[in-house]
Design a protein around this ligand. Structure first.
Ligand code: AP5
Length: 210
């Protein structure tokens, strides 16, 4: 199964992608996570993109397309994948179509008010990147990761000014992809507002395992 997860920041793409990747045994490829790892490790890529990401802007198409091309060339992506957060612009979608024929773009439908609630309450593990929410998915011990025990932190781009910017960028640059994939009969809408378990059940009905 070759899928793109499309939707505003905080819609729950990353959370569902983790569940689907495990259940369907396909890799979860998150461009945001690749960039955040590069920033954490202070690689040349990380140093180049840090200020852009912290401000809620998009990294250039050239850099992002090259990165995804390299990742999709790895052997584990041959059987299928979830692309989480890519494509995000029409040029990225056109470039992806030249690399691989996806089965579907899953569109996470959610309103802005809930997005802001989800992003402002998100906490992430500074070591293993596991994500939590202070109200909706709290850790067992406050401020500590259930998986590895490290401290939970707030993502720089989850501060309110960056959230506002990311939503603005989403409307302008990424939302047009809904029409792009609908025209190609590749769009699958999912109601992303219920709990993650309910969203996962809806996904399983739409994409039954063979
Ligand atoms: P990226 O990491 O892709 O960020 P995003 O798209 O803004 O997505 P998020 O990670 O914020 O949200 P999500 O939908 O995954 O929600 P999550 O599951 O975490 O990109 C970051 C940055 O990198 C971009 O801004 C850009 O600068 C750059 N970048 C990345 N890709 C790029 C590209 N292709 N081109 C150019 N630049 C690019 O959930 C959010 C919260 O809600 C969590 O706390 C979670 O616990 C909670 N939650 C999730 N689901 C539910 C639920 N169903 N019910 C209740 N709570 C829930």
């Amino acid at each position: 199964m070759k899928l793109v997860f499309l939707g505003p920041p905080g819609a729950g793409k990353g959370t569902l992608a983790v569940l689907v990747a495990e259940a369907y045994n396909i890799p979860h490829i998150s461009t945001g996570e690749i960039f955040r790892t590069a920033i954490r490790e202070k690689t040349p890529l990380g140093l180049k993109v840090q200020a852009i990401i912290d401000a809620g802007q998009l990294v250039s198409d050239d850099i992002t397309i090259e990165l995804v091309k390299e990742r999709l060339a790895k052997s584990d992506a041959k059987k299928g994948f979830i692309l989480d957060g890519f494509p995000r612009t029409i040029p990225q979608a056109e470039a992806l179509a030249e690399i691989v024929n996806i089965d579907s773009a899953v569109n996470f439908d959610i309103d802005d008010e809930l997005v802001v609630k989800r992003l402002s309450g998100r906490r992430v593990c500074k070591t293993c990147s596991q994500n939590y929410h202070v109200d909706f998915m709290p850790p067992k011990v406050e401020g500590k990761c259930d998986k590895c025990g490290s401290d939970l932190i707030i993502r720089e781009d989850d501060k309110i000014e960056a959230i506002t910017k990311r939503l603005e960028v989403y409307r302008k640059q990424t939302e047009p992809l809904i029409g792009f994939y609908r025209e190609k009969n590749k769009l699958t809408d999912v109601d992303a507002s219920p709990s993650s378990g309910t969203v996962f059940e809806s996904f399983q009905k739409l994409f039954p395992q063979t």
